[in-house]
Write a protein that binds this ligand. Structure first.
Ligand code: HEM
Length: 114
């Protein structure tokens, strides 16, 4: 199913962008921010379409996943807006949050990536 592939791909790209932003000295440049925002849009549109299927099996987890994902998008944007003085614990939290949203997504998808 193309929507699941697009959703999975947007997570992989977003994770790479977050790792670059966290490990690069100057934080996230314009290009990284733009790529991240395209990932958000693809994830939200494909996520809403996937919600229809996930709703039948696990409505509660589907809502939790959607809320956490929107929270992650907000966290990314706050992080990207900060250039300096972001502590390592915040960086670790952002990477962990990106991975956790993905793991909850895999659980919701029945453990299968495609
Ligand atoms: C940055 C935001 C997001 C990320 C990083 C993300 C990540 C993921 C990942 C990695 C999966 C597993 C995909 C797979 O099994 O191949 C997934 C599944 C899912 N996501 Fe997201 N997601 C995001 C946003 C959203 C949003 C906004 C919604 C709903 C409005 C959503 C709804 C879902 C649903 C319903 C599934 C399960 C699909 C299925 O049942 O096969 N996601 N997500």
């Amino acid at each position: 199913m193309i929507w699941l592939w697009m959703h999975l791909f947007s997570w992989i790209v977003l994770l790479i962008v977050v790792l670059f932003a966290v490990f690069s000295r100057n934080g996230a440049g314009k290009l990284l921010k733009m790529i991240a925002r395209i990932c958000y849009m693809v994830a939200i549109i494909s996520g809403i379409i996937l919600l229809k299927y996930a709703w039948e099996t696990s409505p509660v987890l589907a809502i939790v996943k959607a809320v956490l994902a929107i929270g992650l998008i907000g966290f990314c944007e706050i992080y990207f807006s900060r250039k300096k003085g972001v502590g390592n614990s915040i960086k670790a939290l952002l990477v962990t949050a990106t991975i956790v949203v993905g793991i909850i997504g895999f659980i919701l998808a029945g453990g299968r990536p495609f």
